[in-house]
Design a protein around this ligand. Sequence first.
Ligand SMILES: Cc1cc2nc3c(=O)[nH]c(=O)nc-3n(C[C@H](O)[C@H](O)[C@H](O)COP(=O)(O)OP(=O)(O)OC[C@H]3O[C@@H](n4cnc5c(N)ncnc54)[C@H](O)[C@@H]3O)c2cc1C
Length: 262
Amino acid sequence: MSQTGEILSNVNLKGDYYSIEFYAPETAASAQPGQFVHVKIGDDRGDWILRRPFSICNTDPEKGIVNVVYKVVGKGTAALAKTAPGVCCDVMGPLGNGFVPVPGTIPVAVCGGYGAAATFMLTRQKEKGVLLLGARSTADIILTERYEAAGFDVRLATNDGSAGTKGFVTDLIPQLLAENPGKKYCFYACGPHPMLMALARQLRSLGEMGQLSIDHRMCCGVGSCFACVVKVNAPGTADGWRYARSCSEGPVFNLEDVYVEE
Ligand SMILES: Cc1cc2nc3c(=O)[nH]c(=O)nc-3n(C[C@H](O)[C@H](O)[C@H](O)COP(=O)(O)OP(=O)(O)OC[C@H]3O[C@@H](n4cnc5c(N)ncnc54)[C@H](O)[C@@H]3O)c2cc1C
């Protein structure tokens, strides 16, 4: 499950976003949409002791390639952006429980920023779907060309109105549902926590199906250290919720299990 992960390419997509390809044949052979890899960047000193988790954006099982799309936000990702092809990063994965496609439904990916990487492999489904992508501005709109090339209908929302509808990604949902009354959708989401909470409330009130990737900061990535716990619904318990390890029980949870903060 842990492979040397030679970097085959590492290119800037735009701004702070990069697309990297690792040679990781075991991961490439079995990865499912929404699963992630835990990547060791650099050596064992200081800032680099902990691995960094990244969603598996795409794979080429025949060539053993795993593609990750990442945003530079701190020391680890900044170092990764400067790492040249040929260098090996230990790559652990595929890890976690991913999205489970629901046959007979139209897949709708609802994403914020790099979340669009987590849902990309859903485009392999027979039913072509929709990407609803939200961002602060055009600078954080990524991967739309890949989704369009895969046959997905791409719709955008930005907070500043610089691309698509001005507002939140959740604002795009009523219009989508109104266009095709009676169609069955399944919503697959990854993005910032407030976006996911708003989406969970909205999907519940609309009676729609959903699966949400709750990306929490994590350490071991395999369920041993409990650093990444999130609250999930637990009917029948005293409080009605319990802690779940987002790395091993998630990161993808069914909508009905997602604990929504009031
Ligand atoms: C399951 C999972 C999948 C992920 N997939 C991707 C992906 O496909 N592409 C991508 O760019 N990033 C992804 N991330 C987030 C990524 O792991 C972090 O951005 C990365 O670890 C930051 O490392 P760093 O050393 O650069 O930043 P640090 O120096 O560790 O932190 C810099 C800043 O980033 C914030 N940060 C760090 N980790 C997270 C996190 N998990 N969630 C929210 N904020 C965080 C910190 O609070 C801090 O403000 C994912 C995270 C998880 C848990």
